[in-house]
Ligand binder design. Structure first.
Ligand SMILES: [Zn+2]
Length: 459
């Protein structure tokens, strides 16, 4: 077997441990892992002083998206280049079923938008917005096509995304039978709409009221309701972007009882708290669920360390500073979401590992192995093992840099993590055996990424 590439003398980290080793790559896969300094191959890369992790699996990104009247800066090309620069080799985005249309059409349309442009490998979650006998009949074909994880929104009726409990329960039954999974954006719409109306009537329009109108209660109620419905329907449940202590308690308790229940939190919840909303540029920090207090943040970190969360995702939604400012005069009109696909690793490393909240193996799990396993990509993705895809990232644990609005690839115009001094920057990203980014420079071509047909059930 020809060895094309050797990453030599690095500190190799997986969820099961840390070791000094050489990683040998042949073609697109890992061919061998040998004692440090003993590997030989056509191209040698010195990884001394570097931490070698599985390439990141960001299971929640929104590239090329329109929402609340705004468009993301990132399309499938620029977004996946930003992802690679951040050490990610796989992302999972979303295909939208428009109301009145078929789910399979939604998947087909999204693949046309993405396939020729992606620089990372990618998968798609299917966003279901119109559940009826004919769309339910498509569920087995969608699972077969590799979009086995669905997303349903319990909020956002104005944006034509919300699904009510009855149709949701029907969809859960269909997914349970077909071997799929239901992911929820879990917030109680009635509690939130009522609170928003009260704030607006009182003239309370500042960004902070976005957070007070979406309390942890609204999230926790929807998570518990989702758990009840999913358990009855026999469907695995995943909670996207969780940021409530009691909601995490509910997921952990359900999983401990044997229910197939999982959750992810996001880097912004681990790095930021609701005080940001009181700044003059507080509108930049509007996302849903909202930023909360320090105690919630501490609980989220605990969930990452314990494995209570199967993943930490970025929920990247790259509305520009200008686009976010368009809604700044009233909190209910600000496009929800922040960018972050490029900075998940230095944030997790600095605030997690360096701060003593995470071990390196725990980082590897939240960063890559956990999401790959949950979403049907393991062991091909998220592992450093013989025969796995040679998706790898080298991380520099020494160099510190301060985040600025220019730290992002592309013109987003702000950075939610502005001013933070971070270490753990990726220096080299290998995607299926090819050096795709070195020192921030993209060395590949659009369309080199592949659509991943995911099969659930490894967990
Ligand atoms: Zn999202």
């Amino acid at each position: 077997m020809t060895i094309d590439l050797v990453l030599a003398n690095g500190t190799v980290v997986t969820p099961s441990g840390v070791m000094e080793a050489d990683i040998l790559v042949s073609g697109e896969v890992i061919a061998d892992i040998v004692p440090p300094g003993t590997g030989r191959g056509a191209r040698m890369i010195d990884a001394r002083g570097r931490i070698v992790l599985p390439g990141g699996v960001d299971a929640h990104v929104h590239f090329l998206i329109g929402f609340m009247g705004q468009r993301s800066v990132y399309d499938f090309y620029s977004g996946t280049v930003a992802a690679l620069r951040g050490g990610n080799t796989t992302v999972i985005d979303f295909a939208l079923q428009r109301r009145g249309r078929s789910m399979l059409d939604g998947l087909k349309h999204r693949r046309v938008q993405a396939d020729r442009h992606v620089a990372t490998d990618y998968g798609l979650h299917l966003i279901a917005t119109d559940i009826n006998p004919s769309s339910l009949a498509e569920v087995p074909a969608l699972v077969e096509a590799g979009a086995a994880s669905f997303k349903v929104y319990t909020v956002y009726e104005k944006e034509q995304l919300k699904v009510d409990d009855g149709p949701l329960h029907d969809l859960m039954r269909a997914l349970g039978q077909a071997g799929g999974m239901l992911g929820l954006h879990a917030e109680n719409a009635s509690l939130i709409d009522h609170a928003i109306a009260k704030h607006l009537a009182a003239g309370e329009v500042a960004p902070r009221y976005h957070a007070t109108s979406r309390p942890a209660l609204a999230e926790t109620e929807a998570v518990r309701r989702g758990l009840l419905l999913a358990e009855d329907a026999g469907c695995p449940l995943h909670i996207f972007h969780l940021n409530s202590g009691p909601a995490l308690d509910a997921i952990e308790a359900a999983a401990a009882r044997g229910q197939k229940a999982s959750a992810e939190t996001c880097t912004h919840y681990l790095a930021l708290t609701a005080e940001k909303l009181d700044r003059e540029d507080g509108h930049l920090y509007v996302m849903s669920p909202p930023l909360r207090d320090k105690a919630t943040q501490d609980r989220m970190w605990q969930g990452v360390a314990s494995g209570g969360f199967a993943a930490v995702t970025s929920d990247d939604a790259s509305y520009s500073a200008e686009a976010k400012a368009l809604g700044a005069e009233s909190f209910d009109r600000i496009a929800n979401g922040v960018p972050g696909v490029e900075h998940r690793l230095p944030l997790l490393y600095t605030l997690g590992v360096e701060a003593g909240r995470l071990t390196l193996p725990q980082l590897a799990y939240a960063w890559a192995t956990g999401p790959a396993t949950l979403f049907g990509l393991a062991p091909q993705k998220g592992s450093i093992a013989l025969g796995a895809d040679a998706d790898l990232v080298l991380l520099d644990p020494e160099t510190r840099r301060t985040m600025t609005p220019e730290s992002h690839y592309g013109a987003i115009g702000y950075n939610p993590f502005d001013g933070m001094s971070l270490t753990g920057w990726p220096t080299l990203t290998v995607r299926r055996g090819q050096v795709a980014v070195e020192d921030g420079k993209f060395l590949g071509e659009p369309g080199q990424g592949r659509f991943l047909t995911r099969r659930l059930g490894a967990r």
